[in-house]
Design a protein around this ligand. Structure first.
Ligand code: F3S
Length: 65
């Protein structure tokens, strides 16, 4: 599983780093920063899905590999 994060779509809603802090963090302005290179460790797959499902801007896409 990979995460494709489109930071151009991020509006800073903050749900991703609140729900999945192991995968996302906030920059100084509240926009999301993906903490991994894209490949999701197996134990974080549920967190990745949670973040993707809760981003209202659809900035986080899950890609099954
Ligand atoms: Fe941005 Fe969506 Fe997270 S708008 S801060 S990627 S919940």
């Amino acid at each position: 599983m990979r995460i494709a994060f489109d930071n151009a779509k991020c509006q800073g809603h903050g749900r991703c780093y609140s729900l999945s802090p192991s995968l996302f963090e906030s920059d100084d302005e509240g926009f999301a920063v993906l903490k991994i290179d894209g490949e999701v460790p197996p134990d974080l797959e549920d967190d990745a899905i949670l973040a993707a499902d809760n981003c209202p801007e659809y900035a986080i896409e899950i890609q099954l590999t």
